[in-house]
Ligand binder design. Structure first.
Ligand SMILES: NC(=O)c1ccc[n+]([C@@H]2O[C@H](COP(=O)([O-])OP(=O)(O)OC[C@H]3O[C@@H](n4cnc5c(N)ncnc54)[C@H](OP(=O)(O)O)[C@@H]3O)[C@@H](O)[C@H]2O)c1
Length: 319
């Protein structure tokens, strides 16, 4: 109810020319927009990898770019993202993963990195996502300029799109010292056979897949293969875009979660992932400072052993 009153008032002020009113509207409608975006995306074709967060941020940027709104709104939004990055680095975070398909994400990262004075520990990961292999190098160069980094640490072929052509480009770039590592990505269990074939035969360093307490298909073949081939594993969708947290939060966290230092479901879900011996890192998405702190806290303290991980999975499956 309070939100309704605030939004109505802010919209009146916005139409009266108060550019800062938009900044007051967004927090009030953010969750609702996020849920709407999620619902719309469920109707998209199954292989899309758009994220509701990126969609909401895009919508916001379009709003704040309206002629009658000052640049303050955009600066405020970019500043908030930079604050999330500041907290991430302060908590020991290193890896930031983006893609040309994640809306304004690359510009936001570039802004944040400049604002934070180009933090040293950064491990920059981006992707090439194009059906044309010939246009791959230009897309990568555009991404690099947006991030404003001398070179990427890792370049991945997003969802294996035109992977043969892009792989040739990335391997050449690696040989020339223009990228440190080469990888491939998929999500939600798609094209695992192809992923396995590429992991087994091609000169890649990283593989990015979906893994969480309920999506465990990669445990059967992909994680063991990564270990055998010495490949690093990045885990995407640790929270199923937040849906998994909302699902488990309807039930209480088990008392024994305290034994492995978990005070929240987000910590429980992340510890399950990063404790797997073949997982290199997880990349939870967030635009929320408190969530960055909570997510980064799992990197310290106790991690579950194999028996505890089995107990965690059993508990969540039974909810
Ligand atoms: N094929 C691919 O290459 C591919 C596909 C999908 C995803 N990815 C990568 O994986 C990343 C993450 O996956 P994802 O975007 O699917 O989302 P995710 O990390 O599974 O979930 C993100 C959602 O969880 C919420 N969240 C984060 N921390 C939280 C906490 N501590 N407590 C409560 N809620 C929390 C976030 O909301 P708040 O903002 O409110 O915190 C956001 O709505 C993406 O950013 C992308 O880099 C790659």
């Amino acid at each position: 109810m309070t939100h309704k009153v605030d939004v109505t008032q802010a919209l009146i002020e916005l139409s009266a020319g108060d550019s800062q009113a938009l900044d007051r509207v967004l927090p009030a409608v953010y969750d609702h927009l996020h849920r709407l975006a999620e619902r719309e995306l469920r109707r998209e074709r199954v292989d899309h990898t758009l994220s509701p967060t990126a969609l909401v941020h895009e919508a916001y940027l379009k709003l704040v770019q309206l002629d009658r709104i000052s640049w303050e709104g955009r600066a405020h939004f970019f500043g908030a993202c930079a604050q999330v990055m500041r907290v991430f680095f302060a908590a020991g975070g290193r890896m930031i993963d983006s893609s040309p398909m994640y809306g304004s994400s690359q510009e936001v990262i570039g802004y944040g990195l400049r604002k934070l004075g180009k933090p040293d520990p950064l491990f920059s990961a981006d992707k090439v996502w194009l059906s044309s292999g010939a246009r791959g190098p230009a897309q990568i160069e555009t991404s690099r300029r947006r991030w404003d980094v001398p070179r990427f640490d890792l370049l991945q072929i997003h969802n294996l799109l035109s992977w043969e052509e892009h792989l040739a480009t990335l391997v050449r770039m690696k040989a020339e010292g223009r990228v440190r590592y080469v990888g491939i990505t998929t999500s939600e269990g798609r094209r695992h056979r192809d992923i396995e074939r590429i992991m087994a035969r091609e000169p890649i360093d990283f593989v990015q897949v979906t893994y969480n307490v309920l999506d465990r298909e990669v445990e059967r073949r992909i994680l063991p293969l990564a270990r055998e081939r010495g490949l690093a594993v990045i885990v995407n969708r640790p929270f199923r875009e937040g849906a998994l947290i909302r699902q488990v939060e309807r039930s209480p966290l088990p008392a024994w979660a305290a034994e492995i230092g978990c005070r929240s479901w987000a910590q429980f879900l992340l510890k399950f992932i990063i404790a797997h011996p073949d997982v290199t890192c997880a990349i939870p998405a967030t635009g929320n400072v408190a969530h960055v702190q909570e997510n980064m806290s799992v990197a310290r303290g106790m991690l579950p052993d194999a028996a505890m991980r089995a107990r965690m999975a059993e508990y969540v499956e039974a909810l």
